[in-house]
Design a protein around this ligand. Structure first.
Ligand SMILES: O=c1ccn([C@@H]2O[C@H](COP(=O)(O)OP(=O)(O)O[C@H]3O[C@H](CO)[C@@H](O)[C@H](O)[C@H]3O)[C@@H](O)[C@H]2O)c(=O)[nH]1
Length: 436
């Protein structure tokens, strides 16, 4: 959201933006600094959570903050210069309940969707099928489902794992209905990367405005252990060009001890250079070194390092890195594309299997360690070894495609680029809706 605010403020000098940040007990990442004084960050903390926030899902906790949000919006209006008016509310997918607040202030709301447009297409399609014909994706028994925003049918294994949970699915449908009524959806993607999805989404105005990245690498979240950041980078500086496999699984990608052992054994058997970013397991361990195979750190000292939170964008930008094993979170995907680093997929949760399917089968720019990963499954050392070797093999046609998309996404926000045009169109739309 802050990076989006930076981008919008940069493109329109009269725009002031307040970013409301709801802090929950599970908030981990540090919030970046805004780039312009016209951007105000308002942290709505949990110190005196309203009673409803004590229990329930993150959505219920957020919804319980409505009065706080109303107050914050009123205060933001009060602070704005004479003659300025509220243009609208931009909501992320966890905050769709605040659409009502936009209504109360008589302004439109927009969505900021931080995953792929293809994922947005999947969500809105299953909701439409459900509402129009009672289709129940949780009971779907076919092998694949044709979805208009995808060039090829999506295999059932690639569906987000949560959809078998009926309660969660109803929540997803509710969110998708709010999406449909939005004045527009800003998507962190690039038209050239997902033209099929962007062109097929016609229920509201879709603005591909990406890639919105924080290339300065966010501040570290706690947990994981391993070598300190400076040591990891110094080590990387000493490695030959494109020789290191970087493994990192997002802000929540922690593995159980059993899986840590298989990854470690697979990496060691491959003989490849590696830098492995880890997150602490929820219950098992605090520092990954507690659960690595005995002697692993010493035996692999010449070829690898294990660390906790990794400064991912700095590492992906490093010339020693030749491949990235990723959980396929959308931000990691865009960062990898930005730096032109080949990816091997290991999706873990949320919509990551869809992203992996997009990367491997639609765009054909990634290989797989695992693509149809099921929660709780163990990926063996042999699979890891094979996967990292495949990742580091030269494949000219894959590299060419990767370079093409990497070039596209670098141009998108430049003058004349597709995302630049989309942002301008969004801002014009805000003006014509009478808000600015
Ligand atoms: O050790 C780490 C781990 C993560 N990151 C950064 O944290 C971000 C991770 O983002 P992402 O790749 O999108 O993964 P998640 O944190 O898992 O993101 C959630 O949100 C995304 C959409 O915003 C979804 O695509 C994912 O499935 C969902 O898990 C990226 O900027 C990484 O550079 C680091 O810098 N170091």
């Amino acid at each position: 959201m802050v990076e989006l605010a930076n981008l919008l403020a940069d493109r329109h000098a009269a725009l002031s933006i307040s970013v409301l940040i709801i802090t929950t007990t599970s908030s981990t990442a540090a919030v970046p600094h805004p780039a312009a004084p016209r951007i105000t960050l308002l942290h709505l903390t949990d110190e005196n959570p309203p009673p409803a926030a004590a229990a329930g899902s993150v959505f219920a906790k957020i919804e319980a903050r409505k009065p706080q949000i109303r107050e914050a919006v009123s205060a933001a209006i009060g602070r704005s210069p004479d003659g300025a008016r509220l243009a609208g509310l931009v909501l992320d997918m966890f905050c769709t309940s605040m659409a009502d607040v936009a209504g109360e202030f008589g302004v439109p709301y927009y969505i900021f969707f931080t995953s792929a447009a293809s994922d947005l297409g999947f969500i809105s399609h299953i909701q439409q099928l459900h509402d129009e014909s009672g289709f129940d994706v949780a009971e779907f028994e076919g092998n694949e489902l044709a979805v208009p925003s995808w060039a090829r049918p999506i295999p059932r294994w690639a569906f987000p794992p949560n959809i078998v949970n009926k309660e969660w699915l109803q929540l997803l449908y509710r969110i998708a209905r709010v999406f449909r009524r939005a004045r527009g959806i800003l998507v962190n993607t690039v038209r050239e990367l997902e033209s099929c999805a962007v062109d097929s989404l016609s229920f509201t105005k879709v603005h591909p405005v990406g890639p919105i990245l924080n290339l300065k690498a966010g501040a570290a979240a706690a947990g994981g252990g391993g070598v300190p950041e400076e040591e990891a980078i110094e080590w990387l500086d000493r490695q030959p060009e494109s020789s290191v496999v970087f493994l990192c699984f997002g802000s929540m990608g922690a593995f159980r001890e059993e899986q840590v052992l298989e990854i470690a054994n697979g990496l060691e058997a491959s003989g490849l250079r590696f830098l492995w970013g880890t997150r602490a397991g929820p219950t098992d361990y605090q520092d990954v070194r507690e659960v690595l195979p005995k002697g692993f750190v010493d035996r692999t000292a010449g070829v690898g390092r294990v660390m906790g939170w990794a400064p991912q964008t700095i590492i992906l930008a490093h010339k020693a890195v030749g491949g990235f094993v990723s959980h396929c979170g959308w931000n990691s995907t865009l960062e990898s594309l930005w730096f032109g680093v080949p990816m091997a997929t290991w999706p873990m949760y949320a919509e990551q299997k869809l992203n992996a399917f997009l990367l491997v089968h639609e765009l054909e720019i990634a290989t797989e360690i695992k693509i149809d990963y099921r929660n709780g499954e163990i990926v063996t050392a042999e699979e890891v070894e094979r996967g990292v070797r495949r990742l580091m093999e030269r494949d000219c046609s894959r590299e060419e495609r990767l370079k093409k998309f990497s070039d596209c996404i670098k141009k998108a926000l430049m003058d004349g680029g597709s995302s630049s045009a989309s942002i301008a169109e969004f801002i014009e739309g805000c003006k014509s809706s009478g808000g600015m």
